[in-house]
Design a protein. Structure first.
Length: 525
């Protein structure tokens, strides 16, 4: 019988106290603003981006996502910065990425020969497919860190780009010697479900009735009982883990499970306690035993379910630059799935014109609060909007203090079309002046896709004429290509000149993949 080998405990910090580390990090981060200003003034200045696409999140939550070990590929859109002729990229992953996938991204670059871009790209990997986060794997390999340092031209100028920021990313930035273009890990609580609700209230943006800062299931029982008493007519209630990911840490309780509202608090607590094991979980195969253990570990919130005959889930993507300016990057309508429609599957850009400016204005107020808190870099804000007669009621749901599912599609649009976002109208215009739209997904899934290699996918795209065309500024780009062969899953962004055309491209690509894989299903081998 194979034995589980415990990972040895490692002290990643060269500092004797946490205070010393925090002071050193603060000093390192002060370099980010002059680096940023210098690059804005002269984009031909030498600059190095060290991309560490680690999903440094709770491993139990990540395990719910099929193919999550390949999600380090989602930040390959960062390779598009190689269009700047003096920018270098060092991209580190757990396992080596298929060279065909790298070639695919480099060939999307416009105005830069692939050979020139390739000379400025260094790919490194840890040769480690364990469940540890990528950042921890790198920290366990001091010689790999030294290789990264040696690849950065002196004097150091650049930054570390990551998916999300924790104390591990802080330690790695200090080891590498480049500032982290992300929020200080000490502010991570602002991106939890509880922290989000506190920020929304401070920004005076409506939130669903609920309770935050619930430390464990005992708090949850009390909080749910209070919420039930205040909102007895709510059809459903939502329970969320503080650090749930892509909706997989959410669960729904039907009010019918609670019965009639008792008169006493103790009776309400008892009924809630009896009903919680009957939660309907968003994640497949989740159980109350596992969910409650995780709730005891990380805490969470409970809130009322927002109802409405016409209900949507828009999101706003924001960035706070090193000079402390909040910028609205985009609005999206999220495409959600799962048992109660809370799991992120994809998005449409931009959000519907009926409410996109409304949610954008709410996001601006929230971003101003986050600026004052010291937040830095990219983050997303999720909303629920419900039609109420001639108006849309808007509720802020959560802050994702990291890059997310809407980050890479928008980056691809911006780099491929050299355009910009018009905040006044909530629209994007390419360099040629065309309005641009897209539909994107991380979850185009079929058992038929299993066995397709990266080469196969690219052949299918080229042969069928769906590959992105710089001339037409339309077409399909793929991501998460590494998940295809084993998991039958791939991501794609369908860029077009209208909503309708983007949806057509999405449907056409899905049909092409099904048709192409049907031909090989009856192989005698």
């Amino acid at each position: 019988m194979a034995r589980h080998i415990e990972e040895p405990s490692v002290d990643f910090s060269p500092f004797q106290t946490e205070g010393e580390e925090l002071r050193a990090f603060d000093a390192l981060q002060k370099n980010l603003l002059p680096y940023y200003r210098a690059f804005i003034e002269d984009q031909r200045r030498e600059h190095t981006v060290v991309v560490v696409p680690s999903l440094t999140l709770h491993p139990g939550e990540l395990a719910k996502i099929p193919g999550v070990e390949h999600y380090e590929e989602r930040l390959l859109t960062q390779l598009m910065v190689l269009r700047y002729p003096c920018t270098r990229v060092i991209y580190v992953t757990s396992r080596a990425i298929d060279p065909v996938t790298i070639d695919y991204y480099l060939h999307l670059l416009q105005g830069v020969p692939v050979s020139h871009a390739r000379k400025r790209l260094l790919l490194l990997d840890t040769h480690d497919t364990s469940p540890l986060s990528l950042t921890e794997k790198i920290l366990r390999r001091p010689r790999l860190i030294e290789r990264i340092r040696q690849a950065i031209p002196a004097p150091y100028m650049g930054h570390v780009a990551c998916f999300n920021s924790t104390d591990l990313e802080r330690k790695l930035a200090l080891r590498i010697g480049l500032p982290l273009y992300a929020t200080d890990p000490q502010l991570a609580d602002l991106g939890t479900k509880s922290g989000s609700r506190r920020v929304f209230k401070e920004a005076k943006v409506p939130v669903p009735a609920g309770r935050e800062d619930l430390r464990d299931t005992r708090d949850l029982v009390e909080g749910m009982a209070e919420l039930w008493s205040e909102e007895p007519d709510a059809r459903r209630y939502v329970v969320k883990l503080n650090e749930g990911f892509s909706g997989e840490g959410n669960a729904v309780l039907d009010r019918k499970r609670l019965g009639e509202l008792p008169a006493t608090a103790s009776s309400r607590w008892k009924k809630v306690e009896e009903a919680l094991p009957l939660l309907k979980f968003e994640a497949a195969d989740e159980t109350w035993e596992r969910f409650s253990a995780r709730y005891d570990e990380m805490g969470g919130i409970c809130e009322t379910w927002i109802d409405g005959e016409d209900k949507r889930s828009p999101s706003v993507q924001c960035r706070i630059s090193p000079d402390r300016r909040p910028v609205i990057i985009s609005t999206h309508d999220q495409i959600l799935g799962g048992p109660s429609g809370q799991i992120f599957l994809g998005c449409r850009f931009p959000a519907d014109q009926e409410y996109r400016i409304q949610v954008q204005e709410s996001a601006e107020r929230i971003a101003e609060v986050l600026v004052d808190e010291g937040v830095l870099g990219r983050f997303g804000i999720d909303f629920v909007v419900a039609r109420n007669g001639d108006r849309w009621d808007t509720f802020a749901i959560e802050i994702n203090m990291r890059k997310g599912g809407t980050t890479h599609p928008y980056q691809m649009l911006r780099f491929l079309t050299h355009g910009s976002y018009d905040m006044g109208h909530g629209l994007f215009r390419s360099q040629s002046g065309r309005l641009k739209y897209y539909r994107a997904t991380d979850n185009l899934v079929s058992p038929r896709y299993k066995g397709l290699l990266p080469d196969d996918l690219i052949d299918i795209a080229v042969y069928n004429g769906i590959h992105f065309s710089p001339l037409e500024e339309e077409g399909v780009t793929f991501h998460l290509i590494g998940t295809l062969s084993q998991f039958g899953k791939v991501g794609m962004t369908c860029i077009a000149n209208s909503y309708e055309r983007a949806d057509e491209l999405y449907a056409k690509t899905s049909e092409i993949l099904m048709a192409e894989t049907k031909r090989t299903m009856h192989s005698p081998y």
